[in-house]
Design a protein around this ligand. Structure first.
Ligand code: PGA
Length: 247
């Protein structure tokens, strides 16, 4: 399947940051990507980034959505709103939201269902903490997160999984290729049991956590790794382009 390089800008970016999109477009023109490319900016920039990316291969995603389509939820953004602004995907259940906002697997599943209902691809994030890895609980933890965060109607067209070890996010630390491969293989098997082998093979499983230009090649070469969710290194187009070129 075609891999995906998705950039997660987190709470970074103002209008001036759209110049990075222009630079990325030039990079992609000079050297067309061998993978799908997406940027997930803050909600305030979704529409402007979608306009800036028009006519290029760059897709746009949100970073979070509410589980409801509309209503009295001050400060929240619905999946429909993101779709209306030009997004085709939305990240749900990022570990920073699970930690900062106490999001549970069940809430993440409801958000993914809302994304599906709005025609968006849900990028469902999961991953273990360092404590859980050291306790040998990694596979059990990610299996539990997958089982309870994944909508039953998930297919390759509407769902992407992102395995992001919490201890690797923003730290410069990464699991070894063998550790990444072990988790991705286990997730593929778990997907097969949950939504059937056909959907399991079509659902992309991204790796995320300190993906950089100098480790992208190794990480993206691991079996069952279908792309990357990139935080810090997606903010500068020159770095993100180097990661994309490693695919
Ligand atoms: P990082 O973030 O690449 O800065 O580690 C990844 C993520 O949280 O999606």
């Amino acid at each position: 399947m075609r891999q995906l390089a998705a950039g997660n800008w987190k709470m970074n970016g103002v209008t001036a940051s759209l110049s990075e999109v222009e630079v990325l477009k030039q990079h992609l023109k000079a050297r067309p990507a061998n993978c799908d490319v997406m940027i997930c900016p803050p909600a305030t920039l979704v529409m402007a980034l979608a306009e800036a990316a028009a006519g290029s291969p760059i897709q746009v995603g949100g970073q979070n959505c509410h589980a409801k389509a509309s209503g009295a939820h001050t400060g929240d953004v619905s999946a429909q709103m993101l779709a209306d602004a030009g997004a085709t995907a939305v990240i749900v259940g990022h570990s920073e939201r699970r930690a900062d906002h106490g999001e549970t697997n069940e809430q993440v599943r409801a958000k993914a269902e809302a994304a599906h209902a709005a025609g968006l691809t849900a990028i469902i994030c999961l991953g273990e903490t360092l404590k859980q890895r050291e306790a040998g609980e990694t596979l059990a933890v990610v299996h539990d997160q997958l089982q309870h965060s994944l909508p039953t109607d998930s297919t390759g067209a509407n769902t992407i999984i992102a395995y992001e070890p919490v201890w690797a996010i923003g730290t410069g630390l990464t699991p070894t290729p063998a550790q990444v491969g072990e988790v991705h293989q286990a997730l593929r098997g778990a997907l097969s049991a949950l939504v059937g082998p056909e959907a399991a093979h079509a659902i992309r499983i991204l790796y995320g956590g300190s993906v950089k230009p100098d480790n992208a090649d190794e990480l993206m070469g691991v079996g069952d790794v279908d792309g990357a969710l990139v935080g810090g290194a997606s903010l500068k187009a020159a770095d993100f382009a180097k990661i994309i070129a490693a695919f």
